[in-house]
Structure formats: C-alpha cells, structure tokens
Design a protein around this ligand. Structure first.
Ligand code: F3S
Length: 390
C-alpha cells in the first residue's frame, strides 16, 4: 500500500500508540480489500456505543484507546446507547448497566466524539456533502449518506470507523471509488406511500439481492422513506448503497442499459408483511427505528392528540435529544401514552428478560428484536400499532 511519509510515521508510532494502533487497523483492512492508498475523510459516525452490544471487552478496548492517546481528527458522532441518560430506570435498566454505559460515554467524550447518540445524525449534527469521503458505521445511517447524499463510505464496523476518525483517513477501496458505485440491478416498483411500505420494500429487496446496489424506478421517497428502506435493506441484506431515479444525486451517473430488472409490487410486500409477525399481542410497542425525525414526531403526536390511553402496553418513542427538545409540544402529548426516550433504542437496550413480545413498524427492528433481543414481534404500520393502546 502506498503510504505518505506522515502516514508511515504514524504506522511507526511516531505520533503515539493510539494513532499507531488505528493506522495498523486501517492498513490491515486496506490490504485485505486491495486498497492502494488512504483517502482523507470529512466525518465519521461510530457504532459500538451500547454496553449491551460491546460488553466488557469493548469497554476495555475503549479504555485502552483513550489511555494510548486516541483522539478523533474529524467530526465524529455516536450511535444510540443502551439507555436514556436520565430516564434509564423507567426503561428497567439496572444500576450496574447504567454505570458501565456512563463510562462508555465518558470514554467517547475523552476521545472528542460528539456523544449525541443518534442513528440519524445526518439530519442535524453530522451532515456530509456530495462526494465527501467519510467513514460511517451503523448500517442504516451509512446507507442513507451513501445513497441520499452521495457521500462515500464503506460499511464500516465500530473499530474501523473509530480508527478512521482518529486518523482522519480511511483505506481507499470499495464504495470510495466511483466505479464501484454502479447499480447492479434495476428494481421497478409500484407501492403505496407510507413509511412502513418503504420499510417492507427494503426488506424484500435486501432479502432478494443480498449485497448488490439497487437502482429503483417508480418511487419518490423523502427523507423518512429513505431512512426506513435503507435500514431494512441493510438488515435483511447487506446493502450499503442504492440509487433512486429522479431522487438520489448519482442516479444519472451510470449506464444501466445492460442491467437486469426485477419487478416488485404490492403482492410481494403483502407476502413479506404476513411473514414478519409471530405474535398477535405485545407488551411493548417501540417506535423510532431508525430514530424518529421531527416530522415523524409531529405525525405521531397528531395521531394521539385528544385520545386516551386504554391499555397497559408500554410504549417507547425513540429519538435524539436534540429532536426531543425541538418537539417539546409533541412530547407532552406522546408522554400521555409512553416514554419519549433520547439517545437509545429498543434493539441496543437490554429489554430481554423484561419483555418478550414487542411491536414495531420497522423491518430492521423486527430482524434484530428476534435475533438480539429474544422477542416475538408484531411488525405493523404505526397507525395499527397505536390502535392497540387507544
Ligand atoms: Fe437506530 Fe437502533 Fe434501529 S440504532 S437503526 S434505532 S436498531
């Protein structure tokens, strides 16, 4: 791999142990994937934030990185953690868990990471630009910035994104190179316009094509729809980039005349819908995977306004602290029905052992609630889920 003098010095440890360890990881990844050099990045988004998912091993890794002088060089935001910082007891979180989680936050803060703890930092705190090279973890968020913004990132893991943030560089391979961003399949589709239908569409396409690059025709998703389909394509498959005709910034940049076409319609979505639920009652309804935007907070509040809660099913609305603060009027209405939680989500919170049946409107949450949280799941549109509690 072709390293500049400064990059080689970093690898040799001349700038300290933390940057050296980061460089060793990035160079190793670059060699595996055939990168010829490194590329400067403008931002990073880090996963590996919840004590539930990283455990004591991850905590020790972060302690060591801080001790070795690891500090981020570019704007770096953090994914949701395992609890709301102030309402954790209401989430049935134990004190030992809360203490470990708080320590993880201290360590990220010590490295200069913005601990905003949202999986949609691209709406406010961390907004890349077209053609920016970035190093993002969190499969839904990285797919969003690759696709809707046209920034360039590979599907980073937590340690790789942190190492890139410390260096301000990553290995130049994969989706950093324009030639690798070419669509691999055309998806002609005709679906309705709800966010839930976009989540189902992403689920169907991800299951069908695995890790290709779809090029959609026939849909005009906005931010909320793109975030839903990005999340579900990245969980049922491993899709990190997609193009949408007349919507995403790179759709015109490739010749698609020789690419196969798949048609997906309402009957495919209906089949997925029927397959996704394995319980007809729930103890918890969790909305906000990915985190709720301001628009979604307004929509939920307007669905609930003037109604009374008539069920003891617990409800969690998950968003960022900044959006929660901006939507204080909506929060008042929503809190009549459940907890509006900041910085966390149902998947990375330790809900197993507390709940066993959960409702969600997200196909991504549906996948992980089964595999990471031992839940039976009801996967339905938000309107149907909210009817359960009214
Ligand atoms: Fe975000 Fe948690 Fe879903 S991190 S994408 S709300 S699983």
């Amino acid at each position: 791999m072709d390293l500049s003098r400064e990059e080689q010095q970093t690898l040799d440890g001349e700038f300290g142990e933390g940057p050296q360890q980061a460089m060793e990881l990035i160079v190793a990844l670059g060699k595996v994937y055939g990168a010829e050099n490194l590329v400067n990045i403008t931002s990073a988004h880090l996963s590996g934030a919840s004590y539930k998912t990283i455990g004591d091993g991850g905590l020790l890794y972060l302690e060591n990185m801080v001790r070795k002088g690891g500090r981020v060089k570019v704007i770096s935001t953090l994914n949701p953690i395992g609890m709301d910082r102030t309402k954790w007891a209401k989430m049935h979180i134990s004190e030992p868990f809360a203490k470990k989680q708080a320590r993880i936050l201290e360590l990220y803060n010590a490295m200069g990471v913005k601990t905003t703890c949202s999986c949609i930092p691209y709406v406010d705190t961390n907004i890349p630009k077209l053609n920016d090279h970035v190093a993002w973890a969190e499969s839904s968020a990285l797919s969003f910035v690759n696709s809707y913004i046209g920034a360039r990132t590979n599907r980073e893991g937590g340690p790789g994104a942190l190492a890139a943030a410390i260096l301000g560089k990553t290995a130049n391979y994969g989706l950093h190179q324009k030639r690798n961003r070419r669509p691999t399949v055309i998806i002609d589709t005709d679906i309705g316009n709800s966010v839930f239908e976009y989540s189902l569409l992403g689920h169907v396409v991800g299951s069908m094509i695995g890790n290709g690059i779809p090029y959609y025709r026939g849909i005009t998703p906005g931010i909320e729809e793109v975030k839903a389909m990005a999340a579900s394509m990245a969980s049922s498959g491993a899709i990190a980039l997609f193009h949408v005709e007349n919507v995403t910034p790179e759709y015109r940049d490739f010749d698609i005349s020789d690419i196969d076409t798949i048609c997906i319609g309402k009957k495919d979505l209906k089949a997925a819908y029927e397959d996704l639920s394995n319980t007809d009652n729930v103890q918890l309804i969790a909305l906000g995977c990915p985190h709720l935007t301001e628009k979604e907070m307004h929509e939920i509040a307007s669905l609930l306004k003037g109604k009374k809660k008539k069920s003891d099913v617990e409800v969690w609305f998950c968003t960022s602290d900044a959006i929660k603060t901006k939507c204080s009027d909506d929060v008042k209405i929503m809190e009549e029905f459940g907890h509006v939680l900041a910085d966390t989500c149902v998947v990375v919170s330790p809900i197993e052992g507390v709940f066993s049946k959960t409702g969600t409107n997200s196909c991504k949450a549906r996948s992980y609630l089964s595999t990471l949280c031992s839940q039976k799941v009801m996967c339905r549109d938000i309107v149907d889920l909210l009817k359960i509690i009214q």
